[in-house]
Design a protein around this ligand. Structure first.
Ligand code: SAH
Length: 507
């Protein structure tokens, strides 16, 4: 039997984007993914369907699976002919025991490859505003394990050489031994005034940084209860943080925001919030599915040429229309005839992206807006493919003005089985700051996820951001405090209003 290959892959320091192209390609193609505590679990979203995912832990020493068992697992699975992505935080060969795993594989006659990663000891400081080398401050750099047992008689570290012989010192796994480390450095000749930074969960939205000196940092760490995973950075380079702290200075850094949109639409919104520094918790409250029956939709499509207007009220409407056209052997050429109207810029963009020419995009991003701009519709035939359960105002008003309106369900919205318990726990612990509502139905669906007895806690602990007046009204009625709402009802403007809210709060 053909034997599998093991890829020892550096997953990077935490920020999803800091994995290599090679590493991500392998995650996408391997049969088995074996990952550690420090590898960003969101990398698992990229595995191929059917891939086996195994967590082997390693949280501050209490190994979910001991190293020899991990080695055994790698050998066994590879011998079965499976290709394995062995994902390790940072770089696999920097305090990652990657070398040991590689040795085991060689011994077992198995092929392996190393995909280096961005090590946390460089990236964590960088995201904390600290360049590990700088011409004006240091010309050498050491990565050091801080894991040594403090009671060990003979240290394997040559403290006298480390203390004064190297410019920047980066200690991994050292936060518990911080008093021992700083004492050793001072005793062996490093100035007590040498700046020191502690970087916890570097490159992630949870990143925290503390700065002191060799003399003061231990007390700071104790007071602040600094726990792993934390890097200790010693050296003059720490001073650059004052100038170069780009990551923590982003406008939404440290803000923990719930995104309630439907799964498919959430990522763009979430990504934009994350780019501004927010820690985003996606809590999909609606999920879209095919309508119970496609018959009305198919019938409407068959006579598409007879309509004067085709109105899309959402990106989903466009998406499901295309999906169904494809399923029934049609394509957008079958939409010849009606002019196309799209409510909201995003909807128009979605239609235009697939080659439809959109004649009308109402400036007002609500269904009401369309009535102001569509002109005379008397006797005109209008087709609206949309969610089964949507507000009736648009078809009703068009009908009142003499239009012949066909509303055909193109999809249904449903409540997904969510991760409610986990979210509720976080909310109660004060671990989340804001909930975002992008439509009235997101408010209704969000509140419906909780028991009536749980709701007061949810409402008390979260402030809300709402996309527009109707959504705000629904949120206020539900009891939320709405602290951010944009003037135009787009996601970008909503994000702008969230940034403004937090800026106001700061000042
Ligand atoms: N191979 C990893 C290091 C594993 S040792 C790498 O190259 O980064 C584990 C130690 O790495 C932790 O105790 C901590 O000191 C450090 N570490 C890893 N990821 C970190 C992060 N995101 N923020 C701060 N320290 C981190």
């Amino acid at each position: 039997m053909k034997k599998g290959k093991v890829y020892l892959i550096g997953a990077g320091p935490g920020d999803l984007g800091l994995i290599t192209v090679r590493g991500l390609d392998l995650i996408k193609s391997c049969d088995i993914i074996i990952y550690d505590y420090l590898a960003n679990p969101r990398l698992l979203d990229f595995v191929k369907p059917g891939a086996e995912i195994i967590y082997v832990g390693k949280k501050g020493g209490d190994h979910t699976l001991p190293q020899d068992k991990i080695n055994e697992l790698l050998v066994r699975k590879a011998a079965e002919g499976k290709n394995i992505a062995r994902l390790k935080g940072g770089d696999p060969y920097v305090f990652g025991r990657g070398g040991e795993e590689a040795e085991e594989l060689i011994e077992a006659g198995l092929a392996f490859e190393v995909v280096p990663g961005v090590t946390s000891g460089v990236a964590g400081p960088a995201y904390a505003g600290i360049p590990v080398t700088h011409r004006s401050a240091t010309s050498s750099l050491a990565f050091i394990t801080g894991h040594e047992d403090p009671d060990k008689e003979e240290s394997s570290l040559q403290w006298d050489k480390i203390a004064t012989g190297v410019g920047t010192l980066v200690f991994y796994m050292g936060v518990k031994n911080l008093p021992m480390i700083t004492a050793n450095l001072i005793r062996h000749g490093r100035s007590p005034q040498t700046p020191v930074a502690l970087v916890r969960w570097g490159t992630t939205p949870q990143q925290q940084t503390w700065v002191g000196t060799l003399e003061t940092i231990s007390a700071i760490a104790e007071r602040e209860k600094v726990a792993p995973p934390t890097l200790i950075v010693v050296g003059e380079v720490v001073n650059f943080r004052e100038k170069l702290n780009w990551f923590e200075n982003r406008p939404l850094f440290g803000r923990r925001i719930i995104v309630t949109r439907a799964r498919a639409q959430a990522s763009d919104f979430s990504q934009k919030l994350e780019e501004l520094g927010a820690s985003v918790h996606e809590f999909p409250t609606i999920e879209t599915k095919d309508p119970e029956s496609w018959a009305p939709f198919d019938a409407a499509m068959a006579r598409c040429g007879t309509y004067d207007w085709l109105i899309f009220t959402s990106v989903n409407g466009v998406g499901y229309l295309l999906k169904r056209l494809k399923e029934t052997g049609r394509d957008i050429r079958d939409l010849a005839g009606p002019r196309i109207c799209a409510i909201g810029k995003k909807t128009a963009e979605a239609a235009e992206a697939v080659g439809m020419r959109v004649t009308l995009v109402p400036e007002e991003f609500r269904a009401e807006g369309i009535l102001e701009v569509i002109g005379d519709v008397k006797g005109k035939k209008v087709l609206i493919p949309r969610a089964l359960e949507a507000r009736e105002i648009l078809p009703e008003e068009l009908t009142k003005r003499g239009a012949l309106v066909d509303v055909v369900p193109a999809y249904r919205t449903m409540r997904p089985a969510g991760k409610k318990e986990e979210m509720l726990k976080l909310i109660r612990e004060g671990g989340l700051d804001m909930v975002t509502f992008t439509s009235s139905s997101t408010v209704t669906n969000f509140t419906a996820m909780f028991e009536p007895s749980e709701l007061p806690d949810v409402i008390k602990n979260l402030t809300a951001a709402s996309i527009g007046p109707i959504t705000t009204e629904t949120a206020l009625k539900a009891g939320f405090t709405v602290s951010a709402m944009p003037k135009v009802y787009t996601i970008d403007a909503l994000i702008g209003s969230i940034v403004e809210f937090y800026e106001r709060q700061k000042s």
